[in-house]
Write a protein that binds this ligand. Sequence first.
Ligand SMILES: NC(=O)c1ccc[n+]([C@@H]2O[C@H](COP(=O)([O-])OP(=O)(O)OC[C@H]3O[C@@H](n4cnc5c(N)ncnc54)[C@H](O)[C@@H]3O)[C@@H](O)[C@H]2O)c1
Length: 356
Amino acid sequence: MAERASLPSVGEGIPPRLLVTGGAGFIGSAFVRQLLGEGEGFSVTVLDKLTYAGNLANLSPVDSHPGYRFVHGDICDAQLVGKLANEVDCIVNFAAETHVDRSILEPGGFIRTDVLGTHQLLEAARQARHSRFLQVSTDEVYGDVAAPERSHETDLVQPRSPYSASKASGDLLCFAYHATYDLPVLVTRGSNTYGPYQYPEKIVPLFITQALDQLPLPVYGDGSAVRDYLHVDDHARGIAAVLAHGVVGEAYNLGRGEEPISGMMVAQAVLRLTGGSDNLIQPVLDRPGHDRRYALDSTKARGLGWTPEVSFRDGIARTVRWYEERRDWWGPIKSGEFLDFYRRNYRPLAGSAPTS
Ligand SMILES: NC(=O)c1ccc[n+]([C@@H]2O[C@H](COP(=O)([O-])OP(=O)(O)OC[C@H]3O[C@@H](n4cnc5c(N)ncnc54)[C@H](O)[C@@H]3O)[C@@H](O)[C@H]2O)c1
């Protein structure tokens, strides 16, 4: 593997004092660990509601860093957000309800956080006259993309799930704040992300942790829906590159750009790496409105000097090893609330065995 590019440092475009909302989640915590671990001179305030997906253990590698501060709170709390915005130079917004399946079961929380919460942050950034506002968004806003097409930043947003519709709404509010108030917004649209510290409801850690426990791997339908998998370190590095060098008012796709990988291929890779039997693959009723394919063209972000460095082959092997070693992190999560969600969400196809 090529030597890793270092993060831009203060003076190279990233403002020195950042408010990172949702920084106790999967990608936000990777961004904070990178920034405080490698960057120089940054101070980072993490604001996080600590929903089921937020976990302070994700930030324990940096919790004694002098530039780190944690605030427990909600991005919808205008007073709190306004106060914190006045203490920093920019906001990087990772905070969101993020799981498509949960958005189908209970969409209200997605509208609240992903739309109304984004609006509160934009207002606070406008009042505080920030020099940057970065909204972390998703390739899902483009909706289903037929092969061999790839989504470009200028494409229409055509979201098809409550999750992707709420994220697309957040993006549109950001662009409206740029056009109307000249707020210097940037939007990143990352592809399906995997790696350490990901809550085990998402496909990669779900399959890994199920396989490690010799439990079924629930594969939607025939397992042929494909995604462009991006390692979390590459995603976090891409966000830093856009924050440092992006043109305000614009969106940037962040994907590996290789041939997308199907759900069945993820299951098979995980079983090969964990030594599990293919018999653990459990077809389940497909997700309603399931987008068949996402694929990004990320030429624009690559033009900023960003290059994804982790291949799926290496990344999935590293991720399996991490979950093998960190049962202390995920073991306690896979109980109570998680099991309740799992039972509500996955229904075996007629004639197959139960899912857990
Ligand atoms: N995971 C992916 O594959 C992926 C891909 C592309 C984009 N994204 C986007 O990246 C961002 C981060 O995703 P993730 O996978 O790390 O999510 P995550 O679910 O792991 O973390 C979300 C974090 O936001 C916090 N949060 C939720 N509601 C909040 C609120 N109202 N106020 C304050 N904090 C709140 C949670 O406690 C949690 O720490 C999201 O905006 C998501 O849409 C994710």
